[in-house]
Write a protein that binds this ligand. Structure first.
Ligand SMILES: *Cc1c(COP(=O)(O)O)cnc(C)c1O
Length: 464
């Protein structure tokens, strides 16, 4: 069996039970054999309560033992449909065979040297790939890190060094991470910021574009933001503007047409570095390699993480060579940044994106999600808005009359879906959005079944 506790593990014993090997060969089915959580999962969750800090919460009350294709399997034998990809991470599929093989080979070669001590090929190869894939035909360079937050921190460091200016603009509904600077950049107090201040200084917030709620054209929303920036900060003091092309945690908010290009144009005219935080939107998630392409913008710097390495921790800043090179030698880096095992996983993931038609697959998945959610919306006005691109689609739940956010309904639908074996995630400044981020390896029938379960969960919620 799977290793129960440190005591049940004898040296030399394999901790891998082949019954629990994941990847696409796992039975692709929703299978509920116990209530969720089942007894084994409950045991783990008891130990978690006792051993793990309370601040580290979880959405799905199971003990995960395997995942792949479109399912996550728990220790009780339940098989759940995965519509979350571990927050947009396992885009190529969990335990993708190419990623597994690349990781196994890399880990047997060397686990770490620190790229700043003795460099290796896979790091440079990932940088070359990122430079080639990122939008724009200018000369680009990259630096690798461990997490999205770390990439965002470094993008800001680089922009400040390049411009010699201190201020950074972030937007309403923004999410950029949980470290001190990225908490400052993040908009939402609960749960990300409350009680964790004081925060980094010289961070300013302006309104974004949220067509469903502000009703503004892209040009008008951009003019509002730019006017505030000019009056309250001053371009001369501003190093960078950072924005998610589609805001993720904030509610999968797709800006109105023209908003992002207007902001980029203003940045360029004023010597301000435009940073696209593509940690969630990047790497084929939206049906384009980068969401920036959907809006016709070319960012100066792009941050990536999540979907980049098939589940291994890796992040990057990629951008204009002259900006990336503004930093003195030794000014960027980190002990683990660009770990060789994570880089091998990234190269295998990129190969999968290129060879398995995953951009097209993301578009197909988007078509299925959007059509189904819009048809549910047509008969249930509690879905106020369906939006997104590719395999990054969301439904916003509201009071049908007032459009007031309905977080309670959202939480109830998500909870009911999970209890029926479908992993869905919520998001949104107002907690009233269910977001769909399936792995691109999910078969159509599972995706459709997952949507059936969510639709039934909504139908079962009485009107409030
Ligand atoms: C998840 C996320 C981050 C933070 O990434 P971590 O790897 O959790 O540090 C930053 N920006 C965006 C847009 C994200 O979705």
């Amino acid at each position: 069996m799977w290793r129960d506790s440190p005591d049940s593990y004898a040296p030399g014993m394999s901790i891998i039970d082949t019954a629990f090997v994941g990847g696409p060969s796992l039975a692709q089915e929703r299978r509920i054999v116990t209530p969720i959580p089942g007894p084994r999962s409950q045991e783990l969750l008891e130990r978690k309560r006792a051993a793990v800090a309370a601040g580290v919460a979880h959405t799905v009350p199971i003990e995960t033992v395997a995942a792949g294709g479109g399912v996550v399997v728990d220790a009780d034998g339940n098989s759940l449909i995965d519509l979350g990809s571990g927050i947009a991470v396992t885009s190529v599929g969990n335990a993708h065979p190419g990623v597994v093989a690349a990781v196994q080979q890399a880990v047997a070669q060397f686990t770490h040297t620190c790229f700043m001590i003795s460099p290796y090929d896979s790091y440079v190869a990932v940088a070359e790939k990122l430079n080639a894939l990122a939008p724009g035909d200018h000369e680009k360079k990259s630096a690798l890190f461990n997490s999205g937050a770390e990439a965002v921190e470094n993008a800001v460091k680089i922009a400040r060094r390049f411009t010699g200016r201190p201020a950074v603009v972030a937007f309403d509904h923004a999410y950029h991470g949980r470290t001190n600077l990225t908490m400052a950049l993040t908009a939402k107090a609960m749960p990300y910021k409350s009680g964790f201040g004081p925060f980094a200084s010289e961070v300013y917030r302006v309104p974004a574009s949220y067509p469903f709620r502000d009703g503004l054209s892209g040009a008008d929303a951009a003019a509002t933001a730019i006017s505030l920036i000019e009056k309250q900060i001053g371009a001369d003091n501003l190093a960078a503007v950072i924005i998610e092309p589609i805001q993720g945690e904030g509610g999968f908010i797709v800006p109105a047409d023209g908003f992002l290009p207007a902001v980029v144009d203003w940045c360029r005219a004023n010597g301000v570095v435009f940073i696209a935080d593509e940690v969630q939107t990047g790497f084929a998630r939206t049906g384009a390699m980068f969401a920036s392409e959907l809006f016709g913008i070319v960012p100066d710097l792009i941050t990536t993480a999540k979907g980049i390495a098939g589940g291994m921790p890796l992040a990057a800043v990629t951008g204009r060579a002259e900006i990336m090179d503004a930093t003195h030698g030794g000014g960027l880096g980190g002990t683990y940044g660009g770990n060789p095992v994570a880089c091998a996983a990234a190269l295998a993931s990129i190969e999968a994106f290129e060879n398995e038609g995953l951009l097209g697959r993301a578009q197909q998945i988007g078509g299925i999600l959007r059509a189904r959610l819009e048809s549910v919306q047509a008969s249930d006005p509690r879905i106020g808005d369906v939006r997104g691109h590719g395999a990054m689609i969301a439904a916003e739940f509201v009071d049908p009359v007032t459009k007031a956010p309905d977080a309670a309904l959202t939480a109830a639908v998500a909870k009911a879906a999970i209890a029926e074996g479908v992993i869905v995630l919520t998001c949104g400044t107002y907690g009233n959005v269910i977001r769909f981020l399936p792995p691109l390896s999910i078969p159509d029938d599972l995706l459709i079944e997952g949507l059936d379960v969510v639709a039934a969960a909504l139908a079962a919620q009485p009107p409030r």
